[in-house]
Design a protein around this ligand. Structure first.
Ligand code: SF4
Length: 482
């Protein structure tokens, strides 16, 4: 049996998807994250005028095959490449052709390739899409989303540098084995509860003031963690931000929800049929089931990973600015997520990444100008990632990040003032009491900033550690002191 090779998501998603596929008896191997060399190879073998993700992903496959060939592996007999495809208004619809022509150019013409259709749940070639496979992939994606989110929430505050990544690697190995050998819900939930305990061993200092930056944009470029987006997530963390990452599950829900809305439109235009109603019913069941699975796994992790916004809400938010029936790329999601962040105070700053040559992102960018004029309080920046204009892109982000930091500081000062505390007193309390270093400690829901949530949720303890049991407003403090 040939080994299935695939890639293109985050390292943790690729790894866990590999386990899910292996459970069904396939040999599987994920490709490494694309780098600048992948881009160069992609540019050499792809047609001109493609978007950047095409160069990166095609080049990454070729780079892997070239390396394997140099090691003496007969790649065409050993591997079968699997990729996602769709017919669509953007260049994504041309990826299959592009892969084939680049493979031919590079001398791997007979490498077998299977295309998974993302909207029809079908596959061509030896690899078969079954309900069991879809179910296993769903579970792997959800777990990867949650672990990724939790690590991005904890890492910026870790006291011992590198501990979160160490726990993340350990957790990934643990859940990899579960997904490969015994991926039933009970076993996954049990493993996630153990993983929560592992994360509890990371001591954090939530008193660090770090603005929340939500990275949105074109699907691939906001997801990849490497040269494809200048390692933007890790770079933002080094610059003092807490990064809010987008779950791939959000994209899956978007696909299902859009299909429901399209079918409703079909009923309006072409008439009612049993088939159309049944389709809507089945898709709604799938959507509810997906959400239920997501929430169950999230609960096993102490509800620390963020819940996803409702697709209906995102649809409604974007509607006055961007026709949600216009698909291609992220569709209306870029605009909707920006508004969602500002309106519901979900991030201090929104960073939208646009790959060089991306048509849908350029379209969204035009609309964001109108959103900005309607929401002037928004801190928003959109940058193009071309693979070679890193300094320019990062300096633009730094300017906006400065504004976000100022906003975060104001928020923190307000919460300190509300509870008559000083920043020093909070720092002292964190140092003196280990229980305040627990990453799963109670955080208030009344704020956006993690440091503000921490103070608001634990001010009584912080005050008592500092020997200030009397509340300045008198009676309540006296009562608690007695
Ligand atoms: S959304 Fe943009 S970058 Fe992504 S495949 Fe389509 S055109 Fe290319």
């Amino acid at each position: 049996m040939k080994t299935l090779i695939f890639g293109g998501l985050t390292p943790i998603h690729d790894k866990l998807l590999e386990a899910a596929v292996k459970h069904l008896g396939y040999n599987a191997k994920h490709l490494p994250q694309p780098d600048i060399e992948s881009l160069k190879i992609g540019r050499e073998f792809c047609n001109k005028g493609m978007c950047n993700p095409a160069y990166f992903t095609v080049g990454n496959l070729l780079k892997f095959l070239i390396n394997e060939k140099e090691k003496g592996v007969d790649v065409e007999k050993t591997y079968l490449f699997i990729t996602i495809g769709a017919c669509g208004p953007c260049r994504f619809g041309m990826y299959e052709t592009e892969y084939k022509s680049a493979l031919k150019e590079a001398g791997f013409e007979s490498l077998e390739m299977t295309l998974l259709n993302q909207t029809k749940f079908s596959a061509e070639g030896e690899f078969k899409i079954t309900k069991k496979l879809i179910y296993n992939l769903m579970k792997a994606v959800i777990v990867a989303d949650l672990l990724r989110d939790i690590s991005y929430q904890i890492r910026p505050y870790e006291i011992e540098s590198g501990k979160t990544d160490k726990i993340l690697t350990e957790s990934t190995k643990m859940i990899y084995n579960v997904l490969k050998n015994n991926p039933d819900i009970k076993s996954i939930i049990k493993a996630l509860k153990q993983i929560k305990k592992l994360f509890e061993t990371v001591n954090v200092d939530y008193s660090k003031v770090k603005p929340i930056v939500n990275v949105i944009g074109e699907f691939w470029v906001q997801t990849t963690e490497g040269d494809g987006n200048y390692n933007i997530h890790r770079w933002l963390e080094k610059e003092g931000a807490e990064v809010k990452v987008e779950p791939i599950s959000g994209w899956i829900e978007y696909q299902i929800f859009t299909e429901i809305e399209k079918t409703k439109l079909e009923i309006k235009v072409k008439g009612k049929t049993f088939k159309r109603y049944r389709k809507i019913f089945m898709l709604k069941v799938l959507l509810d089931f997906y959400r239920c699975l997501y929430e169950s796994f999230r609960k096993a992790l102490g509800n620390k990973p963020r819940s996803m916004p409702d697709q209906k809400l995102l649809w409604e938010l974007a509607k006055p600015y961007y026709d949600p029936f216009v698909t291609g790329g992220e569709g209306h999601l870029e605009v909707a997520k920006h508004i969602y962040n500002v309106k519901f105070k979900k991030a201090h700053m929104t960073l939208s990444l646009k790959p060089f040559g991306c048509m849908p992102s350029t379209q969204s960018d035009g609309v964001q100008t109108k959103v900005l004029s309607d929401y002037p309080e928004s801190i928003f920046v959109s940058v193009e990632t071309s693979g070679d204009s890193e300094v320019n892109a990062k300096s633009r982000i730094q300017m906006k990040l400065y504004e976000a930091k100022e906003q975060a500081n104001i928020e923190y000062e307000r919460v300190l003032e509300k509870h008559s505390l000083s920043a020093e007193e909070v720092k002292t309390a964190v140092k003196m009491d280990n229980s305040l270093q627990n990453p799963f400690i109670k955080l208030s829901r009344n704020h956006l900033l993690t440091a503000a949530k921490f103070v608001d949720g634990n001010y009584k303890k912080i005050r008592s550690i500092n020997g200030r049991t009397l509340h300045r407003k008198g009676f309540r403090g006296i009562k608690s002191a007695i």
